[in-house]
Design a protein around this ligand. Structure first.
Ligand code: NAP
Length: 295
């Protein structure tokens, strides 16, 4: 007799993170991959700006669990269109979390290190978020909606995610690598500290969270060490065999971002690391694991 796998609704399935989660979770879950452009087996149409579309996707999947990795994840896009950002990043989570709460469905909701103002760094889950900008404020509001409306929900804050190229949206690491490979200089901030998250660890982290309903509430999952974007870029160049001299130091004030960026939004991930028995990869270890990823 074939075992029927429990249904998992994965929003943001075509995104940087969603693309990595879907295939990895496929063996233990019947994954419904939902987004505006998801295609193929298990794909569901979903427009997060439309509450009816969210309900339809939920009803079609009848999920035992939901991973919400769908969002307008570009802070500058959110800053320029706050009304749409609210609908996609906040109202959608209210709808989704209410559906989860009403049906006793477990919700794992992705959030961000940018909920912190970055004045201090090494934030734990007990530190008070002070979001700056439309995107960050919306993500914090979405966290609250998830936790209040879907009891037992997990809010998983990740940071500057990097991984091997899988098509779709390019990450900061792809842009950096493309410049270095072309022999072009790449500017990197000396005054922005991050604990970048290794994408390859996220499927295992998500699987552990799905497997253990006692893990509820807010968790951080960044990298195992903190580095400026400049330090991280230098390490990447060295490990990948590019010329480190191509990395040019830059200051945040020189960049014209529509949305503010925190100085040091580094995350302390030790609580979740201890709970699931996995150590978050340092920048160096994460980059070494990517050697050869671009062929
Ligand atoms: N990547 C990072 O470095 C990072 C860092 C911190 C936090 N996060 C959080 O992690 C989550 C996933 O981020 P990501 O980097 O994977 O984002 P991404 O690559 O920009 O992908 C966003 C996903 O959301 C979907 N989406 C966007 N607007 C939608 C809409 N109106 N209706 C339905 N689906 C929509 C997109 O699919 P379609 O275009 O096909 O609809 C895509 O699958 C987000 O909550 C983000 O805030 C990411």
């Amino acid at each position: 007799m074939t075992k029927t796998l429990p249904a998992l609704l994965l929003t943001g399935a075509t995104g940087y993170i969603g693309r990595r989660l879907a295939p990895a979770l496929q063996g233990s879950w019947r994954v419904f991959r939902a987004s505006r452009t998801a295609a193929g087996e298990g794909a569901l149409d979903l427009d997060l700006a439309d509450p009816d579309s969210i309900r339809r996707a939920f009803d079609a999947a009848v999920p035992k669990a939901v991973i919400h990795a769908g969002a307008e994840a570009d802070p500058d896009v959110c800053e320029k269109n706050p009304e749409r950002a609210r609908r996609v990043n906040v109202d959608a989570v209210k709808t989704l979390a209410a559906l989860c709460g009403a049906s006793g469905t477990r919700l794992i909701h992705f959030s961000t290190d940018l909920v912190f103002d970055g004045e201090r760094g090494w934030y734990t889950e007990d530190d008070r978020p002070e979001p700056r900008g439309v995107y960050a404020r919306g993500k914090l509001a979405s966290e609250e909606a998830a936790l209040v409306r879907a009891p037992g929900a997990v809010v998983l804050r990740v940071a500057a995610v990097y991984g091997r190229p899988l098509g779709g949206r390019l990450g900061f690491i792809d842009h950096l690598r493309a410049k270095l490979a072309a022999g072009e200089t790449a500017a990197a901030f000396t005054d922005q500290w991050r604990t970048a998250t290794a994408a390859d660890q996220l499927p295992e982290v998500a699987a552990r969270l799905l497997a253990d309903p006692d893990l509820a509430g807010v968790f951080h999952w960044g990298g195992g060490d903190r580095a400026t974007r400049f330090e991280a870029a230098i390490a990447f160049a060295r490990i990948m065999g590019f010329d480190e001299g191509l990395i040019r130091p830059a200051r945040s004030a020189d960049a014209k971002f529509a949305s503010p960026r925190p100085r040091d939004s580094s995350l302390d991930s030790s609580r979740l690391a201890a709970a699931i028995g996995i150590a978050p990869l340092t920048h160096e270890a994460g980059f070494r694991a990517l050697r050869g990823a671009w062929g």
